[in-house]
Design a binder for this molecule. Structure first.
Ligand SMILES: Cc1cc2nc3c(=O)[nH]c(=O)nc-3n(C[C@H](O)[C@H](O)[C@H](O)COP(=O)(O)OP(=O)(O)OC[C@H]3O[C@@H](n4cnc5c(N)ncnc54)[C@H](O)[C@@H]3O)c2cc1C
Length: 374
């Protein structure tokens, strides 16, 4: 580990312990955006973790971003998902935006992905929203169905191409652009603090120079830049949730007793077996994430397959592990005493966040049978 890396991850650990953890229950209960945590992460340089040193970032990679997201998710998955979306959008800006914007993101300007739409739903690669040329300006009209941090971040935005062939074009759209409005407050089952609100663009005008990359080539950025980042960091988020679930369920089993028998819950072999399954499944997901990172770093031939697998694998495992955590912890968990109920709800999001688990299973099935994904 370099000094830069260990210093920044130590900062993540400190902020997770001192700011993110203490605020997590309130963020969930009130559906409140974790502003204190995001401000602390920005101030510590964590939001610039993956930006290049030449623009003032830390110049670290996906491995370190995954470590940061996992640590945050152990305390508050809403915060971890906000950071996941930030790194996913920041990757596009790092590769395709001018220096000035890259510098701002490296300094901590929060960004997010505004891809999903009311029309094409979870099929984010096929936007139905439009971008229309108007001299040196472009008019955006869209119904975005979800964007994490919608009222707090600026957007990496997809639309149909202006005039080129292709499925999409990507833009940088500041939240304050006239014609952009956000929908009703996000009131989700889980990840309740992440402000995943809908966004409408109605004649929103941006400069033609706000385009990120070439008209019609958005699909390449989605698949080449966003997909590996989002898949890996979503998996890291799921793993952080599982780690806390294992720890809390084990703690509950060790410290809660049947007084009439004089024995703790952990004396029951079934409870121990459930805890063992949780541990094994969590470690299997961690193994898949570790192998995915290695496959990406070494540009192994199976890297894309691993990228497709890692979010589906970790996301589905997390829903299973959290289901077991609720059972092991009994009615006490149902009444929120054990602290796994929030994690149980938060873990559900990975299944439906695009690419959804079912879409990933379809892609993986196509890959293993030698078919084209699209
Ligand atoms: C907490 C949260 C945060 C989010 N943040 C963002 C964000 O920051 N940016 C963003 O762009 N989006 C975001 N999303 C949206 C997300 O990425 C998905 O687009 C959205 O959850 C899809 O919901 P839907 O109802 O449109 O699903 P639908 O597309 O209607 O899917 C319904 C069901 O059909 C299945 N399905 C769909 N297509 C196929 C297929 N081809 N094969 C098999 N099954 C299929 C799905 O898996 C799902 O089970 C967020 C979502 C959540 C829940």
């Amino acid at each position: 580990m370099t000094n830069n890396e260990s210093d920044l991850l130590a900062e993540v650990d400190r902020i997770a312990r001192d700011v993110v953890g203490p605020n997590a229950a309130k963020v969930d209960a009130e559906g409140a955006f974790p502003s204190a945590a995001i401000e602390a992460l920005a101030a510590a340089g964590v939001l610039g973790l993956t930006s290049a040193t030449e623009v003032g970032g830390a110049g670290l990679g996906l491995r370190q971003a995954a470590a940061a997201v996992e640590r945050l998710a152990r305390e508050c998955a809403s915060t971890a998902m906000i950071v996941t979306m930030h790194f996913s959008a920041a990757g596009v800006i790092e590769k395709l935006a001018p220096q000035a914007l890259r510098r701002e993101v490296a300094k901590g300007r929060l960004v997010t992905l505004a891809f999903s739409e009311a029309g094409s739903r979870s099929h984010f690669w096929a936007p139905t929203s439009t971008a229309t040329a108007d001299g040196a300006s472009v008019r955006l009209d869209a119904k975005k169905s979800w964007a994490t941090s919608a009222n707090h971040a600026d957007y990496v935005w997809s639309s149909k191409p202006v005039s080129a062939e292709g499925l999409s074009t990507i833009w940088f759209v500041p939240r304050a652009t006239a014609g952009i409005t956000t929908g009703p407050r996000f009131d989700g089952l889980g990840l309740r603090g992440n402000d995943s609100t809908s966004i409408t663009a109605s004649g929103a005008t941006i400069s033609e120079s706000s385009r990120l990359g070439v008209d019609g080539k958005g699909f390449d950025a989605m698949m080449g830049i966003v997909l590996p980042t989002f898949q890996v960091l979503s998996a890291a988020c799921s793993i952080g949730l599982m780690e806390t679930a294992v720890a809390r369920a084990a703690q509950h089993a060790a410290t809660t007793s049947f007084e009439h028998l004089g024995s703790p819950l952990r004396d029951l072999p079934t409870i121990r077996a459930y805890l063992a399954r949780m541990r094994v499944q969590t470690d299997m997901a961690k193994g898949l994430l570790a192998d995915t990172l290695e496959a990406i770093e070494r540009a192994r031939p199976d890297a894309m397959l691993r990228v497709l697998e890692v979010k589906a694998g970790a996301g589905e495992t997390a829903t299973n592990v959290l289901d077991i955590a609720m059972r092991v912890s009994g009615g006490a968990a149902f009444r929120k005493e054990v602290g796994v109920e929030r994690l149980f709800r938060d873990a559900r999001a990975a299944t439906v966040m695009a690419p959804t688990t079912d879409v990933l299973y379809d892609f993986i099935g196509k890959a293993v049978t030698g078919m084209d994904l699209f």
